[in-house]
Structure formats: C-alpha cells, structure tokens
Design a protein around this ligand. Sequence first.
Ligand SMILES: *[C@@H]1O[C@H](CO)[C@@H](O)[C@H](O)[C@H]1NC(C)=O
Ligand SMILES: *[C@@H]1O[C@H](CO)[C@@H](O)[C@H](O)[C@H]1NC(C)=O
Ligand SMILES: *[C@@H]1O[C@H](CO)[C@@H](O)[C@H](O)[C@H]1NC(C)=O
Length: 426
Amino acid sequence: MRRVVVTGLGAVTPLGVGVRRSWNRLLDGHCGIGNVTRRDSRFAELPCQIAAVVPAGLRAEGGWTAEEWLSKSEERKMALFAQYAMAAAEEALEDAGWKPVDGEQRENTGVCLGSGIGNFDEIYNTVVAYEKGGYKKVHPLFVPKLLINLGAGHISMKYGFMGPNHAATTACTTGAHSIGDAARFISSGEADVMVAGGAESCIHPLAIGGFARARSLATEFNDCPEKASRPFDADRKGFVVGEGAAVLVLEELEHARSRGAHIYAELRGYGCSADAYHMTAPKENGAGAYLAMKKALKHAQLRPAAVDYVNAHATSTVIGDAAENAAIKSLLLGPDGMQKAAEVNVSSTKGAIGHLLGGSGAVEALFSVLAIQENIMPPTINLERCGDGFDCNYAPNHPQQRKIDVALTNSFGFGGTNSSLCFARV
Ligand SMILES: *[C@@H]1O[C@H](CO)[C@@H](O)[C@H](O)[C@H]1NC(C)=O
Ligand SMILES: *[C@@H]1O[C@H](CO)[C@@H](O)[C@H](O)[C@H]1NC(C)=O
Ligand SMILES: *[C@@H]1O[C@H](CO)[C@@H](O)[C@H](O)[C@H]1NC(C)=O
C-alpha cells in the first residue's frame, strides 16, 4: 500500500493569514470572533451579530489583502472562498517546495478542495439584480463564480496540475472528506501529490440568518463575541460561523523522501460514516461519530490506546458536543484504550476560530498535524466550567506540551455525514 504524508501547509483563518500567524495566535489563546454589524447593517436585526472573520490588513501583519495574492483579473473572477483557497494553496506549495515543471509531474499532481456553501453573496446579489433588471443584469461570470469546484479548478489552472481535480461538498465535513479522498487518490496510484483542503466564506446576513433560524448559533453573546464559542463548557449555546481556508500538500511517502521534502506527519487513517438519523441533529449516543473514528483507527491499524490527541469537531452546541464527547469516551476508554477519562486528551479549536463550515475539517487537520510536529495540544478557549459528563482533559484555555505521535481529527456535517482523519508521526 502506498503511504501518504503531509509535506506542506497553508492557511487563511480568522486568527490571521498564514500558518504561523494562525497557530501562534491559537496557542496564545486569541479569539478571531467579532461583531459584524459594521460589515452589513442588516446583521443588526439578526439574533446573532457575530462571526469569525479573516482580518483585513497586510500579509506581513497577518491580514488579508487580495492584491497581495491575486491579479486584478483573478480577483474579479473568483468567489472569496476560492481566493482564500488560492492563498492557502500558494503557502502550502511553497512550504512543500513542490513546483512541478515537467509534464509527467504535473499529470501526477491533483487537487481536492471543496466548500460547504460556496458563493452565497453572488447568488444573493444576482437574484436581487435579476429581480430588478432582468436578463441584462446577469453577469457573464455568474456561473463560474458560483460553482464550488472552481476553487479546485483555479488552483489547477494557476499551477498546471493535471491530475485528479475534485471538490467535495458535504457541509461541515467537506474539508475532512477532501483531505481523505485526496489521500485515496495517492494510495491508489492515481496521483503522487495532491493539494487538499476546504474553504468557506459566507458571512452574509441571509446565510447567518438561515443558521440562526435552524437554531444552531450562539445568540446570547453579541456584546462579548470572544466568549461566544465555548466548546464543552456548561454555558455553551451554539456555534459561531467563520470563514477561511486551509490546504495540505499530501504526497506519496517515497516521492517525498526522494526529493528530500520535510515530512510533517503521515495520514494513516480515514474513516467515514453516516448517522442515518436526522437532518441536523446527531444521535445522542454519538453512534455516527464513534463509527467514523473507529474506522479511521482500523484503517491506521492503531489501537485506541495509541491516540495521544483528539481534535474534536465540537462546535459549542449543547447536543453536538455531548454526543461527540460520549463517542470519544466510548471509543478511547476500555481495555484497548485509556483507563480514565482524564487520560483522554481532546480539544476543540473552534473556541478560537469559530466554525469554518466547509473549511473547518481542513483547518483542524492542519492544527492536528502541527500538534504532532510540535508536541503541543492546542487549547480549548472559553472552557470555564465543564458540562456534565465532560471529564476528559480538554486543555482549557492554555496549550499543553506533551508527546503527540498520533492525532485524530473529527468532522461532522448536516445530513448526518461524519468523518475522522488519523495523522501519525512517520
Ligand atoms: C456592534 O458594533 C456596532 C457598530 O460598531 C455597535 O453599534 C454595536 O453596539 C455593537 N454591538 C454590540 C452588541 O456590542
Ligand atoms: C493526557 O494528558 C494527561 C495529563 O493531563 C496525561 O497524564 C496523559 O498521559 C495524556 N494521555 C495521553 C494519551 O497522552
Ligand atoms: C454526524 O453528523 C451529524 C449531522 O447531522 C452531526 O450533527 C453529528 O454531530 C455527527 N454525529 C455525531 C454522533 O456526533
């Protein structure tokens, strides 16, 4: 079986533009969530007026300025999620030192990058313009700016990558599925290198309004946004929508070794499952989540006892966090695993970055890889008082230094789709 390793990382997150910036601010306990009423006055009528937004500013200061990454014409043609994906891909490819020039290398390099929602703003604006002005108001770029697979498409066009080009859209599991599926293209021999990840940008009052109507969001923290996302905490009330992108360069192990690439970790396991239960709610016992993690460990050929760190999906919802916590405990505790819940080390980085929807699985995979690389468990911020049944070690508010050889990262999406990735030190 061909083994798949991670050789490059790129990120645009609410904590900043760039992997280092995002990671350092995560470890320092910063929060990327803020009041968004200034962005669009219509947020003022919503029950939720906060979001995790990529900060504007210069790249050198960790901010987003589109012109620093894209030409004017690229920017005009691309949805914001695709722009973030292009920047994350550029950083990741640079980090990996992968710049294929010959035909065969380009044919063996592909892209798997999805988004959960896609270009919401474009649909909204075009509907409004069409309603007022009819056909002549429909922009020729409407369709290319709308399609979710254009994120992957633009990356392939920029670099000439002619391998598999794919875009999952599985709600909040998109990022994890993209990475897992990309790894399968490599292990099956269809590609040697894959640019894989997820991206999202739908901070629009109608999108946030929709999530609020679905009663998924934290709506009681408009006056203290940085406290709103509080995974595992007794006072958690829902999630906070975020935007951004993360990209991993995945590569076949011998391919990476032969060119002397830096290897962060191996993607050893990938498990997928479905709750087969409800549109938006998980089964209370976490059965779907359990199955995804179990399959990832089976694929990795590792016992539960080998898992040093779990980067939880935990979005800060009452039911979701409890179901996942129950699933993690039932998988990792027992004769083949840990003896006490306090030995199970789990954190959720969503307290700091919110929920990036289709981007979340990719950002969290990236954080899990860095946790292995640096032997640090990133903190769960805003965890002041654990909810009932939350008796694992969640690294509340401060990172914890400890040997981490194996990490699991979970992603669950509306529709009941669950996935788990297992990364390990090579
Ligand atoms: C959010 O920001 C707006 C504009 O700066 C301000 O008027 C409003 O009071 C803020 N909302 C809260 C709840 O702090
Ligand atoms: C988890 O953290 C605790 C300290 O809080 C430590 O004793 C334990 O060994 C860790 N478990 C693993 C699997 O690393
Ligand atoms: C699996 O997916 C569902 C989607 O409805 C998600 O809400 C849930 O958190 C996941 N399952 C569990 C048991 O956590």
